[in-house]
Design a protein around this ligand. Structure first.
Ligand SMILES: Cc1cc2nc3c(=O)[nH]c(=O)nc-3n(C[C@H](O)[C@H](O)[C@H](O)COP(=O)(O)OP(=O)(O)OC[C@H]3O[C@@H](n4cnc5c(N)ncnc54)[C@H](O)[C@@H]3O)c2cc1C
Length: 463
């Protein structure tokens, strides 16, 4: 195993659990663990290719961090291509966005840091649109099921995924598994190699998101520009202290509602709360809500926010980084900044490096407007070393700490998920392992599905 800085410390005292017979929930061609952007796209792509597909999710809704951690904003759907904005993530993502829009839940894209677009949405619309999308492609969904382990067929093949449900422990058998669990749980249980964090004892810091309602839009104006300076003044005056700079406070679709990305959760020693440690997670949730109260008290002093109130604290703390599973290639920060191309590209990432370090957020962009503004994502990022019937997609895919700071956002996760689901279906058609499929076939298939993968394809017009 590579460096495992930040791996959970298990208690030393143990008991022996008696062996027991476990009911088999179902047998599938493809089983996807996790219903965030990667899992949604993977399940849709696999089912659309005619494969019997199950998506397993621990919550009662889809969207991953996008809904469960209150993110409410898509990044990475766009790229700044020589100074012009283009939506470079298409395919399944376009279908989902269309459904959110038809529910009245999608903002027009907005400019971030004067360089790149992001697009806010309502969580309720995202959840409903994702349900509809999966139903329309006949994906079987199992909510309220926590992936809890695997039983291997041999060192290289997963036989079943164990799940914990209200009906007790059950097993899901599949020919191919896709790990979209964000933490790379499935890959780790199967014995795949992984890294955690920055290999120096920390990782990208988590945040507790929240949303305010009751804002006076006319009075608040473009307060997202002035809030950072107001924070500095408040700190200088000694009235408030903030856990980080670079707070993001932006309006949602209905401008009386704003999302607040303001907090940063650390351990007592200053390193990031570890999303793999139950005690850390507990502390992070409680401290995150405490920080949200402090942030809210400050925001009520901003013109237009005087009568605002907290309308939502999400179901969970937002975790940005834990395990990154090692595959055939690890996407790096240099790849992002250098707009790298790959022979085996399956999609693209147009989001810059976004490093949540102690007390701050540091963005690093490829040259703008001097570059095409996106890097390609190689198929090898999705294929773990050592395990034959497993793919991974989303923030647990094969990336370095710096590469992951960029390609972890929703856009690239949709692209990776769609490629993983399509690859699983191709592997089954060819009766081969995902590692051994003909990548040209995968690329051709993705293009037919209207995905943009870079290479010689024209960059899609419009935003
Ligand atoms: C505070 C914060 C702010 C962010 N802001 C933005 C932003 O503005 N725009 C943007 O695009 N991205 C943002 N991101 C990043 C982005 O939300 C995530 O990186 C992205 O959602 C990752 O997608 P994913 O599909 O890999 O994983 P996730 O979205 O995390 O989805 C994984 C899913 O798997 C489920 N799961 C995990 N383990 C198990 C298990 N063992 N059993 C069953 N289910 C399991 C989870 O419940 C979850 O639904 C932010 C992240 C954070 C934390």
């Amino acid at each position: 195993m590579l460096a495992t800085v930040g791996e959970p410390h298990l208690p030393s005292r143990t008991i022996e659990e008696p062996a027991r017979r476990v009911p088999i929930y179902g047998e599938y061609e493809v089983a996807v663990l996790g219903g965030g952007p990667a899992g949604i796209a993977a399940a849709v792509a696999s089912a659309r290719a005619g494969r019997r597909t199950l998506l397993i999710e621990r919550y009662g809704f889809l969207g991953g961090m996008g809904t469960a951690a209150g993110v409410t904003n898509f990044c990475g759907l766009h790229a700044n291509v020589y100074g012009e904005m283009h939506r470079v993530v298409q395919g399944v993502a376009s279908d989902l966005l269309g459904r959110i829009d038809r529910l009245g839940g999608l903002n027009a894209p907005h400019l971030i840091l004067g360089k790149i677009l992001a697009q806010a949405y309502d969580t309720a619309a995202y959840k409903i649109a994702a349900d509809d999308l999966l139903a329309s492609h006949k994906v079987d969904i199992l909510f309220h099921a926590l992936g809890a382990g695997v039983v291997m067929q041999d060192d290289k093949r997963i036989n079943v995924l164990m799940i914990e449900t209200k009906a007790g422990r059950q097993a899901v058998r599949a020919d191919i598994f896709i790990d979209c669990s964000d933490d790379g749980d499935l890959a780790a249980w199967a014995g795949a190699r992984f890294e955690v964090g920055d290999n120096a004892g920390s990782m990208l810091y988590p945040s507790m998101m929240f949303r305010l309602n009751g804002i006076d839009p006319a009075k608040a104006g473009d307060a997202w520009r002035t809030i950072p300076a107001l924070m500095e003044q408040a700190e200088a005056a000694g009235t408030h202290r903030f856990p980080r700079k670079a707070a993001i406070v932006r309006p949602q679709r209905h401008q009386i509602e704003w999302r607040v990305n303001f907090t940063q959760l650390a351990r007592e020693d200053g390193t990031a709360i570890n999303g793999l440690e139950p005690d850390d997670l507990t502390r992070g949730e409680i401290e995150g809500r405490r920080q949200a109260v402090n942030a809210f008290e400050f925001l009520r002093t901003v013109p237009g926010f005087e009568n605002s109130y907290v309308v939502d604290l999400p179901p969970q703390l937002g975790i940005r980084e834990t395990r990154r599973v090692v595959g055939g290639y690890m996407l790096s920060g240099d790849d992002v900044l250098g707009c790298a191309s790959f022979e085996d590209t399956i999609g693209v990432n147009g989001w810059p490096m976004e490093s949540h370090v102690a007390g701050d957020v540091i963005f690093k962009f490829p040259p703008i407007p001097g570059s095409r503004g996106f890097n390609e994502l190689p198929y090898r990022m999705l294929v773990p070393d050592g395990i034959d019937n497993l793919l991974m997609a989303g923030r647990c895919a094969s990336m370095t700490h710096d590469g992951q700071s960029a390609a972890r956002v929703s856009g690239a996760c949709f692209a990776m998920g769609e490629a993983a689901g399509t690859a699983a279906a191709l592997a089954l058609s060819g009766n081969t392992n995902p590692r051994d499929i003909a990548v040209e076939k995968l690329q051709q298939q993705l293009k037919q599905q209207c995905a943009f993968i870079g290479q010689d394809q024209d960059v899609p017009e419009g935003v």
